[in-house]
Structure formats: C-alpha cells, structure tokens
Design a binder for this molecule. Structure first.
Ligand code: NAD
Length: 520
C-alpha cells in the first residue's frame, strides 16, 4: 500500500554513453579486487573451510574470480540450525515489514547494477546487455514479491455467515533450502531466495559452483537490507558432497530448486522420504529443463523470425532453459528460411563476452564444454551440418571454454538431438508439411517449458494457442527473456513442478494456509 504499481526494470540503453562506459570501468574495478578467498556466511558471520573451489573466467580459465569455500556436512548442519533458530521470530515479523526488506535489497541492486552485471560477464561469460537484464530481473523479483506479500498478507474473510468470523491467512513453512543454477546467477537465485524470505522462511542458499561469486553478492544485498542473523545463509558447496545432505535434512521444510531434470527428479525422490525426527512433509518446487521449439509458418515475417531464432538459440551460447533448440519449419518456406538463418549464423561474431561486439562467447566451464562437444558429435551423426563455426585461432589460443555454433538439418522426432537438452549452441532444424505436423513435432518431447511461433495466419495462431502445450508460448516473438509479471515463467511435464515464478501464485507455495473461525 502506498507503493507505486509494479513496473519492470528498464533494459539497458547503450546509446547512452555513460551506460557504455560503465562496463569497462566496472570490470577494471573487479579485476583489481578479485581472486580472494570467498567465505560462507552462516548466522551473520563469515565462515571459512579447508575445501575450496576456484571460480574462473570461462573466456580465460587462468583468471580466477574467487577461491570459494565449500560447505561440507558440518557447515550445512550449522546453516540449517541457524535458519531454524531464526524461523519463529522471522515468521512472525509482519508481512509489510518483510516486504520492506525486499524493497531495500532492490535499492541495493539498483545502486550497484553495473558492478553486479560486470561480475557476470567475467564469471559466467554473459554478454553485457543480458548480464544487466539478469540483474534487472532480480530487481523485478524483489519489487514484485514485496507487493505480492503485502497483497497476500492481509487475512481474508471467508463466507458471510451471521454469528461467525472466519479468516484465511498464511504463514511461512519453515527452513527453506534454495538450490540454484548458474545460468541466471543473480535473477533466479534472488527470485527463489526472496520469495522464501518474504514469506517468512529463513534460507540456506546453495549457489552453483560456477557462479558462486555472483552468489556471494546476495550476502551484501541482504546485509544492506538489514535482515536479522540466520535468515539468509550463503552455503556454496559441491552437489555431490552436501547436496543430498541438505535435501535430506529433517529440519528443512521446503526446497526451491532450479536446474537440470536429473537433479530435480533426484531431489523430489529424496525429499519424499520422511527422516527420523522430521516434522513436515517437504514441499519441493523444482524448475527444470526444456527442449524448446520455434515453429516457422509459411507466411511468417522472416526478418523477425530469423533474428528471433538466432537470438533464442545462440544468445548466451544457448544456455537458457528457455532457449530454442529445435526450429520446425513448414515445407513451403523451408529453403528460404533455412538459407537466411544459415547466412545470419555465419555473419555473427564469436569471442569473449567482455567485448560487446561478440554475439556469442564461451560456455560456462570445462565440464559444460565437454558435454556440449559430445552433443555436437551426436548432432553431426544424426543430421546434416548446415553451420559449424568455431572461434578464430587466436581466440582459441586463450584456452577459453568455446564450442562451435552448430546448426543441423534432417532431424526428426526420434533423434536424440530432438529430445535431449543440450544446454549449448546446438540447433536442430526439423521440417513439417503443415501446421498440424509442426505442432505434433513441437509437442513430441517430455519437456513443456517454452515455445514460439512466427505466423501471420489468425487461424494458425488460434490453433497453436490451444494445441502447442508449453508453459510459456510466444507468438511472433522469441522464446527467451521472460519478464517478471508480464511473462510469469515456468513449465510442466518434465520441465518442472510448481507454479510460475514472477506470477501471482508463486508465493503461495512457500506458505501454509491457516483458517481461524470464531463463533461471535
Ligand atoms: P544442475 O542441475 O547441474 O545444478 C543445479 C544446482 O543443483 C546446482 O547448484 C548444483 O550444485 C546442485 N546440485 C547438484 N547435485 C545435487 C544434489 N545431489 N543435491 C542437491 N543439489 C545438487 O543445473 P545447472 O547446470 O546449474 O543449470 C542448468 C539446468 O538448469 C538446465 O537443465 C536448465 O534447463 C535448467 N534451468 C531451468 C530453469 C527453469 O526456470 N525451468 C531456469 C534456469 C535453468
């Protein structure tokens, strides 16, 4: 109340000289200070460990951003204990006050947007504009969930029976484990963490290994917001060492996870087992992978479609859960579209994200590089290569985690490259005789996250609205870059369980509803 209506943080405008100049300045500042030990943060204090993991620049693996302390079982126990102790007091802080903490956190991000975006350029190889959009999305989550909590925080009168006052209201569930991916290192982490916190749940936050320095920025953000000790605990660690322990912990009431299908399914299975002493049924929110398709109708505006597919397949090297990895092209327009897409893919510049002239850079780390290279080989075996472009030899000599931009055709539903998530710049081109067949192909995977359709036919747009069954479908628009509220985000089938992040039902998952009925 009294808050202005929610609005999305604006995209960066590089025609403004100060915006352009900010990046080199921020990167120079970061470089002067980086490479230090990064401690955990538990119960309001920094904690160091003997086990550490270096987070490096994927464009130049010799450049270490931070030597990140790794939580083991003992640190997880300490963090869960701190969160458990903080729970009762935090749960009972009035919703408006919890919302205020998010608004302060948003103010901190706005004041530091360039440094935080530049950190992503160096740590995960994200292009400038997309790094800034990621911080912008984090700001949006904070601003939106603060308003949502104020809306949901008011007890609701149920029914109008005379002689009875019946109220429905919500309370935080308990300790939340937040397990995050590296690809939207600030936005997705801040989204899940802030939702848990604003609902009254203290958090044990585990960032992904390759984005743990960005993850540490959440400590500074919550300090600026003035959270009580124990409400936010930063607990990076190896999934193989402490992941199961955190998920299995009997004092964890809720797990918010975003990442791969494999890890998401494992978490759901383990969380279903009640451990000795456990007092809750664990709630799991798991946002998982995609194998997203874009359909090109025979009357599509190809100027728009080529750029849209290029950006959603190769922006941030295809490492988005929403990325286009299958383009399904109607027969009548196949040669024209594929010819133009191929030309466009051959014209873009490849190299480190640090140079804004480069459209596509390295994948996030050496493990991702190996994995994508394996899929490039599968793509070559299954289809006919249209484009396979690598960085120039002098860029290659830097030892960066580069993989070729790859487009293959002659792919059909049965191929692995049409079914498995690659999470890299590998695009499968598939041919359909008409819209019915295109929709059938589009729906033929176990995932249901995003999709896009380029068409000028009202009849076909109506048909895909109804029959192209994914969580987020975009018509005459590319499938990436969802905005909080306007494009509330999330899928179903094997793409995850839980309702849409940045949408009106999201916070409800972090709370238990209570009803009190008084006979008056
Ligand atoms: P990942 O599944 O490898 O890792 C995600 C997190 O889980 C990391 O923090 C990792 O350390 C942790 N983890 C690993 N093993 C664990 C275990 N046994 N127990 C608990 N935690 C464990 O995914 P990633 O490589 O970080 O991210 C890429 C994946 O995320 C892709 O599949 C992508 O589609 C998906 N993703 C989905 C969405 C969405 O909104 N649906 C958004 C972004 C990314």
């Amino acid at each position: 109340e009294g808050l202005p209506r929610f609005r999305n943080y604006p995209p960066v405008d590089f025609t403004v000289p100060a915006e352009r100049a900010a990046y080199p300045a921020s990167m120079a500042r970061l470089r002067a200070a980086m490479g230090k030990q990064v401690p955990l943060f538990i119960n309001g204090k920094d904690v160091t460990t003997d086990d550490t993991l270096d987070s490096y620049n994927p464009a130049d693996p010799g450049e270490i951003l931070g030597t990140v302390c790794q939580a083991g079982v003992a640190e997880v126990d300490a963090a869960v204990e701190a969160a458990r102790e903080a729970y009762f007091a935090w749960r009972d802080v009035p919703p408006e006050e919890r919302a205020q903490a998010l608004l302060k956190a948003a103010a901190y991000l706005k004041a530091n947007v360039h440094d935080l975006a530049a950190l992503q350029v160096l740590e995960v190889g994200k292009q400038w504009d997309q790094a800034q959009a990621d911080v912008g999305e984090a700001i949006d989550f904070l601003e939106y969930y603060a308003r949502e909590m104020i809306r949901l925080g008011k007890p609701r009168r149920m029914g109008r029976a005379p002689g009875e006052m019946s109220h429905l209201f919500y309370q935080g569930k308990g300790v939340a484990a937040v397990i995050a991916p590296w690809n939207f290192p600030m936005a997705i982490s801040v989204g899940m963490v802030s939702a848990a916190i604003v609902c009254g749940n203290p958090v044990v936050y585990k960032p992904a290994g390759s984005s743990s320095c960005v993850g540490r920025a959440l400590v500074d953000m919550w300090k600026a917001a003035g959270l009580p000790d124990g409400v936010f605990n930063y607990c990076p660690g190896r999934g193989s060492v402490m992941g199961d322990h955190l998920v299995d912990h009997p004092d964890v009431a809720l797990i918010a996870f975003t990442g791969s299908m494999e890890v998401g399914l494992r978490i759901q299975e383990r969380a279903a087992v009640a451990q000795p002493g456990q007092q809750h049924c664990k709630r799991v929110i798991a946002e998982m992978g995609g194998k997203n398709a874009t359909i090109i109708d025979d009357d599509a505006d190809l100027d728009e479609a080529v750029l849209g597919v290029l950006y959603s397949a190769f922006g941030f090297q295809g490492q988005k859960c929403s990325a286009c990895s299958r383009v399904i092209v109607l027969d009548a327009v196949y040669d024209r579209f594929v010819g133009r897409l191929t030309q466009a893919a051959k014209s873009i510049k490849l190299g480190p994200a640090e140079n804004p002239a480069n459209y596509m850079g390295p994948v996030v780390d050496k493990a991702a590089q190996e994995n994508v290279l394996r899929y490039v080989k599968i793509a070559e075996e299954e289809g006919r290569v249209l484009v396979k472009r690598s960085v120039s030899d002098d860029v290659k000599a830097t030892g960066g985690c580069y993989v070729p931009l790859t487009i293959v055709e002659n792919i059909t539903k049965e191929h692995r490259i049409a079914q498995e998530e690659v999470f890299g710049p590998v695009l499968a081109v598939m041919r359909a005789k008409d819209m019915d067949e295109a929709i059938d192909i589009a729906n033929s995977t176990r995932f249901a996250l995003t999709g896009a359709v380029y068409s000028r036919s009202p009849h076909h747009l109506e048909q895909v609205y109804r029959d192209f069954r994914v969580g987020n479908l975009y018509l005459n628009k590319h499938s990436v870059g969802a905005l909080v509220e306007r494009h509330a985000f999330g899928g179903f089938k094997m793409s995850g369980v839980g309702s849409k992040s940045g949408g009106p039902d999201y916070l409800l998952q972090f709370m238990d509803p209570r009803l009190v009925c008084e006979n008056t």
